[in-house]
Design a protein around this ligand. Structure first.
Ligand code: GDP
Ligand code: MN
Length: 380
C-alpha cells in the first residue's frame, strides 16, 4: 500500500526524522486558513499517489495566505498522471541550500534491504542511476544482523558528503530511516529531496512510503490510512470478492488457476502478439462461486475484448470449472468471447460440458498457445 506524502511524513516524524510542519486542506479557504496558522511563506502540495507532482504543477510556493488560496485553486482538480487532486498538504516553506536523495528499499536480487544516498536529489533516482551511477552510494543491510552504525557512515562517505555537520546529521538520519522501514514493515521509504536548509539543517521535504500489505494486520494505525476512494474501482471490487487481481492495460482478460500459470498466461498472450488486460489467479478449487466472482471483475473492465480462461486441473477439476463458467454466464452479462483451455483432471468431461452448452461465445482450444492466439485474434 502506498501512503500519501503527509502520511509518510507522519510516520517519519514518529521515528524522529525531521519534517516540516503542515496542515491538510481540501479547499482554497482551508488552504488560506492553514497558511495563516503556519505563518510566513508556505508550499502548497498536491496529495496524490504518484510522483512528479512538481513537474506537473502540483507543488507551488505561496508567500501569503491569499497566494496559498490561489495556489490551492490552481492545484485542486488538477489531473496528475490520471490522479485527480482532491487533497492538499500546506507546509511551511523551507529555504533550500542543497537537495539530496535518501532511501531504503528491498533489493530482491540480494534478498536484503538496500540503502541509497546521492547528493543529486530532487530528480528521479532512475535518472541519476542512468546518467551517473557512481554518484549513487549503495549499502546493503543484513536483515538478520540488523542495521549497523558503520553502514550509515560508509553510505554517507561513499556519497561524497564532506561537511562534518551534514555527515553527523545524515548518519543519524539514515539510522532512523532504517528503523522506520523495519518497524513499519515497509517496502520503500524514500526521501526525495532530502534538503539541507539555509540554516544547514536536514529536512525531509518529500516522503514516499510503501508498506507491505501482508503485514498490515500488525499495523492497524497504518492500515487505517488506506484511501479507498483513490483505489482502482476494479481492484477494490476484486478485493471485496476475494479475487487475486492486478489490472493491466491490454485487451485480453486473463483468468488462470495458480499464480504461476497466471504469469505464464500473461507471457503467452504477449508471445501471441496481444496485450493482457489483467493478471487474475482463481486460486485452487476453481468452484463456481470463484469463477463467477473472477468473471464479474474481469468482465467489468471496459478494456477487455476477449477472455482467456486457462486451467490446469490438479486439485481443481475440469468439470467443476466448466460448470462454474456456465453458471457465471447465466448470472452475468459478459459480452466478449471467452476462450477456454482446460487440461488435467477431468478435462475431457469439462470440455464435453462446455461443448454441450452450445454457446457461440465459448471457444475451446486444445493447447495454451492455440488458446492464446485465438484470444488475441478475437480481441483485435
Ligand atoms: P514530487 O515532484 O512529486 O517528487 O514532489 P516534491 O515534494 O519532491 O516537490 C518537488 C519540488 O518542489 C522539490 O524538489 C523542491 O524543489 C520543491 N519544494 C518542495 N517543498 C519545498 C519547500 O518547502 N521550499 C521550497 N523552496 N521548495 C520546495
Ligand atoms: Mn519528490
Amino acid at each position: 500500500m502506498d501512503l500519501y506524502e503527509h502520511q509518510g511524513k507522519e510516520l517519519f516524524a514518529r521515528h524522529g526524522i525531521p519534517v516540516g510542519e503542515g496542515r491538510l486542506a481540501t479547499s482554497a479557504d482551508e488552504a488560506r486558513q492553514a497558511a495563516n496558522e503556519l505563518g510566513g511563506p508556505v508550499v502548497v502540495k498536491a496529495q496524490v499517489l504518484t510522483g512528479g507532482r512538481g513537474k506537473a504543477g502540483g507543488v507551488r510556493v505561496a508567500a501569503t495566505p491569499d497566494e496559498a488560496a490561489e495556489a490551492a485553486d490552481a492545484i485542486l482538480g488538477l489531473d496528475i498522471r490520471g490522479h485527480v487532486v482532491g487533497r492538499l498538504w500546506i507546509e511551511r516553506a523551507a529555504p533550500i541550500a542543497r537537495e539530496y536523495y535518501l532511501s531504503v528499499t528491498f533489493d530482491r536480487g540480494a534478498k536484503k534491504p538496500l540503502l541509497m544516498l546521492t547528493r543529486e536529489g530532487g530528480v528521479e533516482i532512475e535518472e541519476v542511476a542512468a546518467r551517473d551511477p557512481g554518484a549513487l552510494a549503495r549499502v546493503h543491510v543484513d536483515p538478520l544482523a540488523g542495521y549497523q552504525a558503520y553502514q550509515g557512515r560508509r553510505l554517507v562517505h561513499d556519497a561524497g558528503i564532506d561537511d562534518p555537520g551534514e555527515r553527523r546529521q545524515l548518519v543519524a538520519l539514515v539510522e532512523r530511516l532504517y528503523a522506520c522501514f523495519a518497524a513499519e514493515e515497509a517496502m520503500l521509504c524514500e526521501i526525495n529531496p532530502l534538503v539541507v536548509t539555509a540554516d544547514r539543517e536536514l529536512l525531509a521535504l518529500d516522503a514516499k512510503v510503501t508498506v507491505d500489505d501482508s503485514a498490515l494486520f500488525r499495523h492497524p494505525e497504518v492500515a487505517a490510512m488506506r484511501d479507498t476512494s483513490a483505489a482502482d474501482p476494479l481492484e477494490a471490487l476484486a478485493r471485496e470478492k476475494g479475487v487475486t487481481y492486478v489490472r493491466l492495460d491490454g485487451s485480453v482478460g486473463i483468468l488462470a488457476n495458480g499464480a504461476g500459470l497466471a504469469m505464464a498466461t500473461v507471457d503467452l498472450v504477449g508471445v501471441a502478439g496481444g496485450r493482457p488486460a489483467n493478471f487474475c489467479d482463481l486460486g485452487g478449487g476453481g468452484r463456481a462461486e470463484g469463477v463467477v466472482a473472477a468473471l464479474e471483475v474481469i468482465g467489468a473492465d471496459p478494456g477487455v475484448r476477449s477472455i482467456f480462461f486457462n486451467i490446469f486441473g490438479g486439485l481443481t477439476r475440469g468439470d467443476e470449472v466448466a460448470r462454474g463458467i456456465l453458471a457465471a454466464l447465466e448470472r452475468l452479462e459478459i459480452a466478449v468471447p471467452i476462450v477456454v483451455r482446460l487440461d488435467g483432471t477431468n478435462a475431457v468431461e469439462g470440455r464435453a460440458i462446455l461443448a454441450g452448452a452450445g454457446l457461440g461465445q465459448l471457444h475451446v482450444e486444445a493447447t495454451m498457445l492455440e488458446a492464446a492466439r485465438r484470444a488475441v485474434e478475437l480481441a483485435a
